[in-house]
Design a protein around this ligand. Structure first.
Ligand code: PMP
Length: 354
């Protein structure tokens, strides 16, 4: 730290992204990326947009907002496009949290929520998940806090129903409830239709997972027009050109290729079911994940040991050194070949350890 760094950030612990190794070719099952390349339409559009990079990108994201609105049956003023969904989450912390509107989120969830709260000096409560890692809906009833819930949750993959989200929304009418649907396209039910009924609901989604565009950095928020206007105020006050023109073009391309996205999601769901069944045969226990990852532990091998031994064999998974989940690994669902390689390696490791 330099002697110039503001004191207000002195104790900030930044978010630690999953490893993104460049030096060796790993089977990457650690950051929940799609195993499939982006839609050919997205690639073509981005390449064309590269030829116009001398111009600023459209700060209104007009065409892409219209495409997203059409897909989700909402109006373009009910959506904001951002630089990954991390950015819309950051905007939500800025817009809807302060000392009178403290944040609340689960103790085991997406690690960035805590970092955003600390970054903006927002008081926060970590609400413990139940012993089975489900979200205790009662714990959020009438708490009068700005609530962030990942649904499906990360790293557990567990969901809560839109009916339960409605109970939370109704009992906290003076606070915004943010439902982070980064993984919703792999089988969970979206809360987007609820934005017509609740002015305190913001849903966030991403192009990083189901749409194979993690490297492009594109996400979005959906809520009533007034909420979205708040977020635009924050956006225009930080980075009006937050979505670059190549990403915007790629986003338009993939929105015009929904069949491609749907097919890939279906393949991931099939591979998830296959891998979960095979891991269960080997004695693994796991949550019922509706995301593009499996969260599993084995009674005979520690989470850290399995992570290290898989890495030695060229397979990267995500292990969290955190109480309650240190026995687990989060394994991204990849192609069938990648899953077979994973299962082969796990079998070997178990044989060595048992
Ligand atoms: N929410 C959750 C629950 C996530 O796991 C992630 C990705 N790691 C994000 C949001 C942010 O993803 P992105 O910024 O790539 O949209």
């Amino acid at each position: 730290m330099s002697r110039f760094f503001s004191e207000k950030f002195a104790s900030l612990i930044p978010y630690t992204p999953g490893e993104q190794p460049r030096e060796r070719k790993f089977i990457k099952l650690n950051t929940n990326e799609s195993p499939f390349s982006p839609s050919p339409k997205a690639i073509r559009s981005a390449a064309e947009a590269a030829g116009r990079l001398q111009l600023y990108s459209d700060p209104t994201c007009k065409v892409l907002a219209e495409k997203v609105a059409e897909r989700y049956d909402i109006s373009p003023d009910e959506v904001i496009l951002t630089n990954g969904s991390d950015e819309v989450l950051n905007f939500a912390f800025m817009a809807y949290c302060d000392k009178d509107h403290p944040a609340a989120f689960a103790d085991i969830t997406y690690g960035f929520y805590k970092v955003f709260a600390q970054l903006h000096n927002i008081p926060y409560t970590e609400v413990p998940l139940r012993a089975d890692f489900s979200v205790g809906v009662e714990d959020y009833i009438g708490i009068h806090k700005t609530i962030f819930i990942a649904n499906p949750n990360a790293p557990t993959g567990k969901t809560i129903s839109p009916g339960d989200v409605e109970r939370i929304l109704q009992s906290n009418p003076d606070n915004v409830v943010i439902i982070d649907e980064a993984y919703v396209d792999f089988g969970a039910e979206s809360c987007v239709p609820l934005i017509k009924k609740y002015d305190n609901l913001l849903v966030t989604q991403t192009f990083s997972k189901s749409r194979s565009m993690a490297g492009a950095r594109l996400g979005f928020g959906i809520g009533c027009a007034k909420l979205i206007a708040d977020l635009h105020t924050i956006r225009y006050s930080t980075n009006p050109y937050n979505v670059n023109s190549m990403t915007m073009a790629a986003g338009i391309g993939v929105m015009e290729d929904e069949a491609y996205t749907r097919k890939n999601c279906q393949t991931v769901c099939e591979n998830r079911a296959f891998t979960a069944a095979e891991l269960k045969k080997m004695g693994f226990e796991m949550t019922d994940s509706m995301a593009n990852f499996i969260f599993a532990r084995h009674p005979a091998v520690g989470g850290g040991v399995l992570y290290t031994k898989l890495k030695e064999r060229g397979i990267l998974v995500r292990h969290f050194e955190k109480p309650r989940i240190e026995d687990y690994n989060r394994i991204t669902v990849g192609t069938r070949d990648e899953m077979n390689a994973l299962l082969g390696a796990v079998r070997q490791i178990l044989e060595e350890n048992l």
